[in-house]
Design a protein around this ligand. Sequence first.
Ligand SMILES: Nc1nc2c(ncn2[C@@H]2O[C@H](COP(=O)(O)OP(=O)(O)OP(=O)(O)O)[C@@H](O)[C@H]2O)c(=O)[nH]1
Ligand SMILES: [Mg+2]
Length: 435
Amino acid sequence: MDDNRLFNNWKRALLISLHLPHRANTEVLSSLEELSSLAYTLGGEVAGQIIQARAQIHPAYFFGKGKLNEIKNFIQNESVDAVLVDNPLSPKQTQNLEEFLECEILDRTQVILKIFAKNARTSEAKLQIGLAQSEYLLPRLVGLWKHLDRERGGIGASRGTGEKQIEKDRQFLRDRITRLKGQLKRVEKERNTQKQRRSNCLQVSLIGYTNAGKSTIMNLLTNSSLLVEDRLFATLDSTTRLLDKDSRPKVLLSDTVGFISQLPHELVAAFRSTLVTVKDADLLLQIIDASDDIDEHLKTTSEVLSDLDASCIPIIKVFNKIDQVSATRLMMMEKLFPDAVFISVIKGENNGLEKTSTYVENLRNKILSFFDQRMKSMTIRLDYQHSQQLANIYEWSRVDNIDYQEEGILLTLTAVPNNLELLRHRLGANFTELN
Ligand SMILES: Nc1nc2c(ncn2[C@@H]2O[C@H](COP(=O)(O)OP(=O)(O)OP(=O)(O)O)[C@@H](O)[C@H]2O)c(=O)[nH]1
Ligand SMILES: [Mg+2]
């Protein structure tokens, strides 16, 4: 079965949203604005937006019947070929809406899945999105086939063609899910081996809303050239680089896939192996676009972190793109978040190259001093016959002092407690701890 056949292409979309009483007006509007960015990221055109305020959802059609007639007129008058719904729909609701509006219906989840499929480059990202798409499609096959039957010339003409196919497709998807899960398990195993090799390093993970500037900051901190783009979900993989080649302990920085509000749970589950860099981090750098909807972005990030079981990891909040905000807004944010860092990493009118590099260096120092504050020191004596262990010592800790004395080599070492413990284990009985 070909995914493209199931994820039909469309050119001109109408965006619709149901405003339920528990959601604030601004939240509904900014979410719809974001759906519009998602549509553009996919290369589609937006013909218009319609919002319906309602006390509760209509169980069968999600929207009220009156509004649906208005929507149907709009579709016909404006040559719309897809309706993007900014709410999660059940398979049955999607099917009913397709039948009533005679138009392709995509909910927010499906739009996001399509963007991921379009942007996936590495084999791991392709496996993960394949899994998320298959899991999303499985309960929706009935609706899809009804849609295709209709295209072939009316329900009566081809009744049953789809029904027979549904069982075949369902089996195909089940087999595919099992195969993709198996392949992802192998990738995860490989990742675990790499992790063991890096166990003497501290891990810092860049996290946050999509398009906040994570990859731009990663590039500047590690002198890399990862893809940076003004569109949503430019990054779908994790990339890890050394932050500073001379620092001890070594600090690794990872860039990874961004978050978005109402991130489909199929995606969080499928991207678990990519997001493992977040779960395993010693410190998270949360990048927030200072010019965007801060409250919504903070809320989304904390929800995803709790979904990943990563809420306990210490976080440094980094407000980026301060070149885009007024001095008053900046002052307000500084008051609200006294421990956060405020930066701008793009050279612009109010932001020379010098200022940008000062921001980047301050951020680097903030990361290093976070770990410095947690480091402990110990003094040891190493017998000369075990001096080959010096390589390990330099690898695992910062050597503050070394003195070649008659009885042995006297060393003062500093490292995070975990690394000191691992070093003690490695040196075994070959050293004497003096304090
Ligand atoms: N004005 C301004 N733009 C910035 C700044 N930092 C990054 N950008 C722009 O923001 C856009 C997104 O940057 P990325 O680094 O790709 O963002 P990301 O968080 O990695 O995004 P995804 O990988 O798509 O989740 C790009 O067009 C950057 O040039 C900044 O400080 N100021
Ligand atoms: Mg990125």
